[in-house]
Design a binder for this molecule. Structure first.
Ligand code: SF4
Length: 189
């Protein structure tokens, strides 16, 4: 398939965990949205979770937030190309998240949607089995109840766009994060 040329830019912010949890997390609202999704209960990165998610977050003092804007140069792409457009940045960002998570012993949050690590094989969660790739699979911020659109607009200066006519909007936005303790983290390298 022809390579999709895109212009990519990033924004980052470091916010204290207490503020981020109190002002940007609304589990009831976002879990209700997740329940409408076929991945709910069927992917290991998705809710419901069988552990204390707030307790996990409380172990960390701060969160690094990253917004990635991906603007395809072709302005007339159909929406079924979204994953092709995002994939290179998804893979790059996921790899960087895991590197930083190891570096600071933090907790990374990746992306919603298709889990790329098992190909076309159904997620092992459907059979009640453990994740086949727990080293690289992380939940999204949405899955833990965070308002990603508000995060993007208020903390990263990115207004997320959605399609209104079946074509890809002017740019797509990925938002990920890493809860951590200790000195500032550097996202770019
Ligand atoms: S890596 Fe495979 S088993 Fe793990 S969450 Fe993704 S699809 Fe499920």
């Amino acid at each position: 398939m022809q390579e999709l040329k895109c212009d990519v830019s990033e924004a980052t912010a470091i916010v204290d965990r207490a503020t981020y949890v109190s002002q940007y997390r609304d589990v009831a609202t976002f879990e209700a949205c997740c329940r409408q999704c076929p991945n709910y209960g069927n992917r290991w990165g998705c809710p419901p979770f069988d552990h204390d998610t707030l307790g996990e977050l409380m172990q960390y003092e701060r969160v690094l937030l990253v917004g990635i804007k991906i603007a395809p140069r072709d302005r007339k792409l159909p929406m079924d190309r979204v994953y092709d457009i995002m994939r290179p940045e998804l893979e790059r960002a996921n790899q960087r998240l895991i590197e930083l998570e190891h570096q600071c012993h933090g907790m990374a949050f990746g992306f919603v949607g298709k889990c790329p690590h098992c190909g076309d094989e159904p997620c092992a969660r459907r059979d009640g089995k453990p994740c086949r790739h727990p080293d690289v699979v992380r939940p999204s911020l949405e899955a833990y109840g965070f308002n990603v659109s508000l995060t993007a607009s208020q903390l990263l200066g990115i207004d997320m766009l959605w399609s209104s006519d079946g074509t890809v909007p002017r740019y797509l936005t990925l938002v990920c994060g890493l809860f951590f303790n200790g000195p500032d983290l550097q996202w770019s390298f």
